[in-house]
Design a protein around this ligand. Sequence first.
Ligand code: 5MM
Length: 337
Amino acid sequence: MSTQNELQDTISRMVQPGKGILAADESLPTITKRFKPINVESTEETRRAYRALLFTTPELGQYISGVIEFEETLGQQADDGTPLPQVLDKQGIVPGIKVDKGKGPLPGAPGDLITYGLDGLAERLVGYKERGARFAKWREVYPITTHNPTRLGRRANAEMLARYAAVCQAHGIVPIVEPEVLMDGDHDIDRCALVTEQVLHDVFHALHLHGVSLEHMILKPNMVLPGKDCRRAEPAEIADATIRVFRRVVPAAVPSINFLSGGQGPEEATANLNAINAGHPDQPWLLSFSYGRALQQPVLQAWEGKAENTATAQQALLKRARLNGAAQLGQYDAVME
Ligand code: 5MM
């Protein structure tokens, strides 16, 4: 298959009405943080058991079209010895891989961050593809303060995303481009809208410069929300602000926008996605989810690290996946909870 056909095939499998993406690519420090409240020690075996539980959830493929895995997971197996990427494949779910190597300060732009991992990326992608990955994910993180993100911060981060995306496409791997404007802070929804617009504008400028095929990528952005320490906003207000910004800066050629949850509660993230779809039909892109915490929080609480809780935990995952699938179609109602 040509590289172009490979990319198109993966996009067709991932971009489907009523389906979204499960982000299960927590790095070692993050999964340790997620396990702590349920008193589970993070070891290779507990991480394997947890990811196997997620991926073997019966019927998961009805609502989930792709799963983002952490590198370690790609080499792990389910209880019956099946490699975890194959478990996903059998469910009709495309296996993907987080390829960035975490973030740190950006010299010259105090308060801004930059993500590492471009060196050797092409070689790593070849190995990931051999082990079943068909798409990748790279996250750049933008904290909001009175002076962040700076212009340098926005441009440097956009450049990283574009270089990563171009390398992925050259290897037949669909890139998920994730610029995350953080919810931390007391900024209002207008400030988040302005920053998100500037960030996405710079990202698409860089993608254009690097010749990235917009038809063969997925955007994973934040919704436009007030900061965590500001007043709460209703789903309709969030949906209006989000769609206004995205219509200005995201080209229609992009097939799918899969929002991150970014610290929203599970029900909140579903209600907001539903408001986006129900209140603003007929957009050029599929508007779906690529949630980590908002899909997994109830699963972790049900599991508590105990094998006997597996079925209950899987039901919790399937429920959130189903409700977010409904929200993708604009058909969710809180009574379905
Ligand atoms: C699942 O978490 C992902 C990996 O994060 P770290 O590298 O910090 O461990 C993260 O990129 C995630 O995919 C996005 O933040 C979206 O997840 P949420 O929980 O915000 O929906």
